[in-house]
Design a protein around this ligand. Structure first.
Ligand SMILES: Cc1cc2nc3c(=O)[nH]c(=O)nc-3n(C[C@H](O)[C@H](O)[C@H](O)COP(=O)(O)OP(=O)(O)OC[C@H]3O[C@@H](n4cnc5c(N)ncnc54)[C@H](O)[C@@H]3O)c2cc1C
Length: 348
């Protein structure tokens, strides 16, 4: 059984079911957490940060891992999750933001990451829609994105086709049973051989012992969806603006995801100030957002660990594992996280 149907729980359920396991998945509201807010970037290079070389190396396999899982999903549903690899363009708003790009360049060079400089004069199309004051940037061609709403919908359909039982109830108590694991929900007790907790930033259900390490804390993020320019065939725009990070992921038809705030806060809400900063940064980088129809504002809690690494650990209670800590990379890492469960749980 799996507790939590965000992108990690859905991908884990899919891979276990494909391997022949009978899977029950519990979630009162599937994909309503961080997965709902995510922009869906699979951007190992643009996500490079000092001290996160191991994360970078791990994530470099993510696009291929997603393509493989998309083929597996297609084999079950005849629907394919689109994985778009148009790269990332990083730009800076002012001189100090451009210095941040220089720092980024030196860390990325140290990691051996592929990238190149680009100028508006040399490649004007790359700068389409960006403010005229930006005339240079860094291109990382290997990065890509998917639409998390599409990925969730395909995974839900594939899981149903594979016989995964989705119970739309919250697990209020979990523990070890006589010869396996058990959970308690509104409709009663459910028993299974193994249990995996994939509740993102929500932590463990009552009854399971929280280990001393790793620990998970929530980092709130907001994304705004608007109808604006269609840059879907061009690199995703990322920018440093007055020291803050901004991005715009543009999908076909001009559905654009603007993101994202990062607040060390656990309340699932949107503060006016954080929204104002995000939109102001966006307007400075992409002036035509001024007239863009606002479609939706979403927020979610990223599950972060102290060392910013994801984990799959066995819990003290026999038969239980915990898969979390995917922080700002859970969509990227979902197919790889699901492999952890495959190697830990053997078919009975
Ligand atoms: C604003 C924002 C933008 C992001 N952008 C990106 C991006 O571009 N690329 C990327 O790779 N990552 C991105 N991320 C990170 C990514 O969204 C997360 O790492 C990922 O969604 C975590 O997935 P999860 O399944 O662990 O958790 P969640 O998606 O939070 O899912 C947890 C699920 O568990 C359920 N649950 C909780 N408690 C219980 C219980 N007791 N019983 C049953 N169910 C329970 C919840 O209802 C929820 O559906 C972003 C995150 C945010 C917030």
């Amino acid at each position: 059984m799996i507790v939590g149907a965000g992108i990690i729980g859905l991908a884990t359920a899919f891979r276990l079911a494909r391997r022949g396991h009978a899977v029950t998945l519990f979630d009162p509201e599937p994909a309503s957490g961080a997965t709902y807010a995510a922009a869906g970037m699979i951007a190992p290079t643009a996500e490079i940060a000092p001290g996160e070389e191991e994360n970078y190396r791990f994530q470099r396999g993510a696009i291929d891992a997603w393509r493989e899982m998309a083929s597996e999903i297609e084999a079950v549903t005849r629907r394919r999750v689109a994985i778009v690899q148009t790269g990332t363009l990083i730009v800076g708003w002012d001189a100090s933001d451009r210095r941040l790009i220089d720092q980024f360049r030196s860390v990325a060079t140290e990691f051996g990451a592929p990238m190149r400089d680009a100028t508006r004069d040399g490649e004007p199309e790359l700068f389409e829609g960006l403010t005229a004051r930006i005339s240079e940037g860094l291109v990382m061609a290997e990065d890509g994105w998917l639409d998390p709403d599409e990925a969730v919908s395909c995974l839900m359909e594939a899981n149903e086709a594979l016989g995964v039982r989705l119970v739309r109830e919250r697990v209020r108590l979990a523990g070890a049973s006589h010869d396996g694991v058990e959970v308690e929900t509104e409709s009663g007790r459910t028993l299974a051989d193994y249990g995996v907790v994939t509740t993102g930033a929500n932590g463990l259900p009552d009854g399971l012992t929280v280990p001393k390490s790793p620990t998970v804390r929530p980092v709130r993020g907001v994304t705004v969806r608007v109808r604006s320019l269609d840059r879907s065939a061009l690199p995703t725009v990322r920018a440093y603006v007055r020291g803050r990070a901004f991005y715009m992921v543009s999908r076909p038809g001009g559905y654009c995801v603007l993101g994202a705030t990062a607040e060390e806060k656990s309340q699932p809400l949107v503060e006016v100030g954080e929204l104002q900063r995000l939109l102001r940064d966006g307007l400075d980088i992409v002036p035509e957002l001024e007239a863009a129809p606002l479609l939706e504002i979403r927020n979610g809690l990223r599950p972060a660990t102290t060392d910013l690494r994801p984990f799959f650990v066995a819990l003290e209670e026999r038969g239980w594992s915990w898969s979390s800590g995917h922080y700002r990379h859970g969509v990227t890492l979902a197919p790889l996280a699901a492999l952890d469960a495959l190697s830990a749980i053997k078919p009975s």
